[in-house]
Design a protein around this ligand. Sequence first.
Ligand SMILES: *[C@@H]1O[C@H](CO)[C@@H](O)[C@H](O)[C@H]1NC(C)=O
Ligand SMILES: *[C@@H]1O[C@H](CO)[C@@H](O)[C@H](O)[C@H]1NC(C)=O
Ligand SMILES: *[C@@H]1O[C@H](CO)[C@@H](O)[C@H](O)[C@H]1NC(C)=O
Length: 561
Amino acid sequence: MLSLLHVWFSVILKVQAFTGTYGVNYGRLANNIPSPDEVVTLLKAAKVRNVRIYDADHSVLKAFRGTGLEIVVGLTNGQLQDMSANADHALNWVKDNVQSFLPATRIVGIAVGNEVLGVEELSLWEALLGAVKNIYNATKKLHLDEMIEISTANSFAVFANSYPPSSCKFKDDVSQYMKPLLEFFSQIGSPFCLNAYPFLAYISDPENIELNYALFKPTKGIYDPKFRLRYDNMFDAQVDAAYAALENAGFDKMEVIVTETGWASNGDQNQVGANVSNARTYNYNLRKRLAKKKGTPHRPKNVVKAYIFAIFNENTKPGATSERNFGLFKADGSISYDIGFNGLNAGDSSHLSLKNIKNRGLSRSYAMSTKAEEYIVGGDIGWTSFPPGGASFYSKWASNFTFKLNDILVFNFESGKHSVAITTKSKYKKCDMSKTTPFLATGPARVTLDHKGKFYFACTFTSHCRSGQKLKVKVVTHSSPISSPSSPKAPPEEVYCPPLPSGLVPIPPSNEGTPSSSSSSSTVPGVIAPPPPPQTGSAMTLPVTFSLLLINIAFHVLLQF
Ligand SMILES: *[C@@H]1O[C@H](CO)[C@@H](O)[C@H](O)[C@H]1NC(C)=O
Ligand SMILES: *[C@@H]1O[C@H](CO)[C@@H](O)[C@H](O)[C@H]1NC(C)=O
Ligand SMILES: *[C@@H]1O[C@H](CO)[C@@H](O)[C@H](O)[C@H]1NC(C)=O
């Protein structure tokens, strides 16, 4: 009883290693990638806080000091047998590679081995649990066990069958090693770590697996008769397959975390689908998927968290060409494709190199002198459906300010309960939200007032709009005497507008009335959120700058998480 209580408490008190929903793997099998200091700059600009490395390289741990980045370090497979056999080696390893860097470097987890079960030789399967226990004991001895999560990442090779998801089970030979490991992880409150690659599934069978399903694009999806659930993307199905395997093994409470996922932008001749456009579509849609902070069809309450593989293309990685081409960034720090991040040397990135911009003369100084103000729409009341005083509330609020070009409106609201459509005058007047207007579904939402003239905003729930959740603002040009040699529009670096990848899946509008239930798709047997209507029809009626603005906004929103 006492020990049960103890376990219960340690589970509750446990600090989770993964605090966001979008992290990255910082693989370093390369001889040409940026320095750890530059990587810190890159990650901070991208607002990615959760990072995994595959070892405990001290130059990385030093560079991460005082940055606020949260890092999971790794114990390599080559170290497992030693760590398993020698508790004192494990203790020394934790002292030298973890304790000595705390608290300045926020080491939040230790991954003991990588893809060991089902993949490596049997001697390592046998060593894994011993290494995990000795490393855990070491953290306990050093009073770090509440701060450091111990885990190990599993590949799909541990599963016998994963289609449909409900049928997933651990392979028989893996099971005898997996079960005691899971037993221990459940005692210390660690999650099940899964490396999930729709990419690998697709390239292994491109004839029979639908590319759209693998890339989060509109699709019929698959139906799981036992779960009585429909899956519209393979990533969610893979996560639920892991949940099913855990349930089948008796671990219903354990959380699944995706420690790797990604898509290669280049591959060998026979690796169909390893190309830039698919990599971009997968990573773009994945980023949106994770930003929603939602669970899976089978586990709607367990918000899905994933670390992307990987930051960089790694030129010294062995194996197929795809192995060296998973990077969101190329070795020179530039982006591999555009999913909303800025590369290291992007001179015209407003996030990264303010210094460069200042030095670039008049046309840029326009941007610097326009001191953009930020306004919280409705002040403390926020963006809500029954504002005090009714329908005139937001107009009154707006009448208190003079909005200038490049000012930012911040709409504070709970995602799923409200939204912000950027609409036209006539639709605004009639609260006509029936046709999909481009809108922002995630609160708080930021909108840059990027052109002169009027902006019309409303909640997409028609009844909310009718009860006063609408706002009209007029934007005047900046009155600064600085003359801009070019147009009075926002300079390019202020408006970040990547073209949409072909596979962009717009977030479907929630139905009126029951936003929370309708937005959690697929929890009702056989019911799937209808594929969102193509955005072109309504977007085309808006000036082009509006749709560009929207993309800009979409990224502002993404950057909030
Ligand atoms: C871990 O430490 C506890 C005491 O703190 C000890 O009883 C146990 O045997 C140790 N386990 C291993 C695997 O060394
Ligand atoms: C990428 O691969 C897909 C097949 O997976 C193919 O349909 C598409 O044309 C390819 N794109 C490019 C740019 O090669
Ligand atoms: C706007 O200004 C008026 C006074 O002019 C004030 O009473 C009101 O509280 C302000 N409203 C907001 C939302 O700031």
